[in-house]
Design a protein around this ligand. Structure first.
Ligand code: HEC
Ligand code: HEC
Length: 225
């Protein structure tokens, strides 16, 4: 039995993800956006590789197919799971239906989605209520919003942000958050605010800024076990 993989986040809520409702969905753009391409929408609704509308997604058709078949997207370095075969077939089918003006089929009619079960909805935690640890900082803020460019294994990376040591080596941590480059640069007042606008990644929310500030002001420590 093939299982549809976990999707991070829960942006649109379309369609309501229950097993039957999922399998019975016709593959419209809204369904695509809330199933196989749900994660994509967290980073690609604006910017260079925007795919938030049917026309934008179609224009990127070839690139989308090559990124998902090579498992380059969604980025594993940001903590995303690669798409399952069923999810890939949902994307391929939608793109092909559009190209050939075909009527769309239902998810359960796709050979690779036999028995596919919708992933459970994964709610994002309320960041202001999370314990201020390095693990939470990485998981909920740095990984999704920074590591596609700042993981240690990214080509030509200068500023490594996936370890406390990396941050120290990059010189982005100081005694206080106010003096720390990593904090200054995520604020709207930054000259070159991170993440860069053209990446299409959302900027840090105020709660996320406060979380980062608190972690630094408490000494920017590794977690003690
Ligand atoms: C965590 C954010 C994130 C997620 C999630 C994500 N991407 Fe990306 N994607 C990026 C970044 C960053 C780049 C490189 C910068 C750019 O070109 O926008 C990129 C680049 C791309 C490109 C262009 C590649 C090229 O050769 O120019 C395509 C196509 C793409 N992504 C498709 C997808 C698809 C399809 C999904 C979902 C299955 C997805 N992405 C999920 C961040 C993300
Ligand atoms: C789409 C790619 C991308 C994303 C996503 C991104 N950055 Fe950057 N960032 C860059 C590039 C490119 C540079 C310049 C080269 C370098 O320092 O690695 C840079 C530089 C930096 C620097 C060093 C600036 C300096 O003047 O020394 C810091 C600090 C930084 N980024 C923090 C962040 C943080 C924090 C996030 C997430 C909230 C983030 N970046 C997300 C691309 C990105």
């Amino acid at each position: 039995m093939e299982e549809a993989g976990l999707f991070k986040g829960s942006n649109s809520g379309l369609p309501e993800l229950g097993t039957l409702a999922y399998a019975n969905q016709e593959i419209t753009f809204d369904v695509l956006k809330s199933t196989a391409m749900r994660t994509c929408m967290e980073c690609h609704t604006t910017g260079r590789n925007a795919m938030g509308t049917p026309a934008e997604a179609l224009a990127l058709s070839g690139k989308i197919l090559s990124e998902i078949s090579s498992n380059a997207m969604p980025p594993k370095s940001s903590g995303y799971k690669t798409l399952t075969d069923c999810e890939k077939q949902i994307v391929e089918t939608w793109l092909e239906d559009q190209a050939k003006s075909r009527k769309s089929v239902k998810i359960k009619d796709l050979p690779k989605c036999q028995g596919a079960v919708a992933p459970p909805k994964e709610e994002k935690p309320d960041i202001s209520k999370l314990e201020v640890t390095f693990a939470n900082l990485q998981k909920y803020i740095i990984a999704p919003k920074c590591l596609s460019c700042h993981a240690h294994d990214v080509e030509d990376v200068e500023t490594v942000l996936d370890s406390v040591q990396g941050m120290h080596d990059a010189g982005v941590l100081a005694e206080t958050a106010e003096e720390s480059k990593i904090y200054q640069i995520v604020l709207p007042t930054a000259k070159r605010q991170m993440p860069p606008l053209k990446s299409g990644l959302p900027r840090l929310t105020v709660d996320e800024q406060v979380f980062l500030k608190t972690w630094i002001d408490k000494g920017a420590k590794e977690d003690t076990l």
